[in-house]
Ligand binder design. Structure first.
Ligand code: ZN
Length: 206
């Protein structure tokens, strides 16, 4: 996809996430891998009101080369995009239910539905709490991203990748919905997918 088309897609998917409450205010940021660098949502921008021409552009060495200044959480994206050659885009949200789970001592989303397993995978590592913008969390995220498509930042929110921008946004939505189900069912002893069912899904679709 051409860079201009990626920019337009980022604007429309950002607006869609915002309109449906997956992000509020200036929370959340999104990046896209390009042949010659990366697109990144600008610092203090709202996903609901992005402008294609002002989206930050970074070169392959992560230097800011165009558009507004990038998000101060750029290192979340760099950790995923460096660790995972299969990642074409990264979405970070403060979506309510996934963030709620990130505040629990046992911050786990169990395998309740097939689509969660297919889009997020077997593991959702919890990264210990760091102050937002603290680049010290990058090595921990990088290490976790080598083995998982998504992580939860403790008391902060989810970060998730996908092969394309649309895939990453779909996966972020699936993660949020799975978190909502996990909280709804927390005291109800739900039937989980068995390890064999999880294996079957990952072998078939993973
Ligand atoms: Zn954040």
């Amino acid at each position: 996809m051409r860079e201009e088309d990626q920019r337009q897609l980022l604007v429309s998917l950002g607006a869609s996430l915002f309109a449906r409450g997956f992000s509020v205010g200036s929370a959340g940021n999104i990046s896209v891998r390009l042949p010659d660098g990366y697109l990144m949502t600008p610092t203090n921008s709202s996903l609901g009101r992005l402008e294609a021409a002002r989206i930050s552009k970074l070169d392959l060495e992560w230097r800011h080369v165009g558009g507004d200044k990038p998000t101060k959480e750029v290192f979340l994206h760099r950790a995923f995009l460096d660790a995972r050659p299969d990642a074409g885009a990264v979405v970070h949200l403060h979506s309510t239910h996934a963030t709620a789970i990130s505040c629990l001592e046992e911050a786990v989303i169990p395998p309740l539905t097939p689509y969660f397993v297919m889009r997020v995978g077997r593991r959702l590592p919890l990264i210990p709490y760091y102050r937002p913008g603290d680049a010290a969390m990058e090595p921990a995220i990088h290490a976790a991203a080598r083995e998982a498509k998504a992580v939860l930042l403790a008391n902060h929110g989810p970060v998730i990748c996908g092969p394309t921008l649309t895939d990453a946004v779909n996966a972020a939505e699936e993660l949020e919905e799975a978190a909502r189900l996990a909280l709804m069912l927390r005291s109800l002893n739900p039937r989980l997918l068995t390890p064999a069912q999880v294996d079957d899904l990952l072998n078939t679709f993973g």
